[in-house]
Design a protein around this ligand. Sequence first.
Ligand code: GLY
Length: 419
Amino acid sequence: MSVSRRALLVTAAGAAAVGPVTEASAAPAAAGRAPASAAGQVGTGATLRTLSEAAEYAVAKVRAVAPRVTGFPVGTKFEKWTYSRGGDWVGGFWPGTLWMAYLYSGDDTFRARAVESARNLAPRQTDTTTHDLGFLFYPSWVTAWRLTGDDEWRTGAIRAADSLIRRYNPRGGFIRAWGALNDTANAGRIIIDTMMNLDLLAFASRQTGDARYLDIAVAHAKTAQRVFPRPDGSTPHVFDFDPDTGAPLGPATVQGYDASSCWSRGQAWGIYGFTTMYRRTGDTGFRDTARRLADYAIGALTPDHVPVWDYRAPQQPYDIKDASAGAIMACGLLDLHAATGRRAFRDVALRILTALAETCLTRGSARAEAVVARCTRNRPGEDGIEISLPYADYYLLEGILRVLRPADVDRAVDLSQPS
Ligand code: GLY
């Protein structure tokens, strides 16, 4: 994309704060054609109908597939789910998807399945080998507690938060992403994804009255805010520190193209995560960071509104897609609209969700077990290129429900704004 086009989009999005968003201001205008409804008016009856139909499809698919789900879906192979017994980093998303299906349909079968699936994550409460505890326990156990009131979920989620804070490095002010605590490899490595794990700590502080959890979340978020965003609002996937001194070493990547690129799912985690941290703390600096990341990602979107896997991949804008990045980004933008009042964020979120509904669902395949296709797990690793991923299904449903049933999403994950 040319610099002038990106500048135009950012300027136009800013202008939208004081006036209605026009098609030109919110829809990327590079070469290629956007689906008709994605490029046209948003928030209309047609958009809402498209999203309702996508939700109906998703819920019907989950209902049909759930009886034969034998573990935690991690991704598809030949359109069928493959599973992890222990949950890998994604174990929160299947129970989370079941909770969303329950909220949308009111069908108690989904609720029973969500409870059963979430219970299987219990051994992970004490897992100190990964930062993924928020991904694992928020959409599953925190939501379970919020929807059922059963205390086992609340105490389990707090136990998971206890495991997560053990990964905090006070010298660098960060939560290490990967590796066991006694493993020196990766000890100074942080990743943008961790922004999504911090809400578990905010939850634990609210529930216990112990500020320590939120303090660590804020310290990590401030470090991330300092080292990840580049001047143009893009982010690398990874940043390394000297784990002994806490001195910054520099950016890197694992799932993006290279250290100077912008992995689209990581950028989406950042938009969502910084907005959440604003809501939990009232620190407007986090909201500003989320805006910068969002402006960059909006400017980098292709006209079809389905993110390429890395906004700076060599073949972009014609590179392979990651629909999961779109679903996560849409949720983050809806949240950011609520936090800023900037209409353009909601308009782009609706365009993304519409595009996912129109061009990425598995509707055409009787074999498919997932809802969303065209997701990419790890392009540099040649692992899972344009497959289905459980977080795409989860965030597609969360995003559509944020539009159609915001009160239900609030009941599940707590969308409250700072007081
Ligand atoms: N958090 C890992 C990923 O997004 O692939």
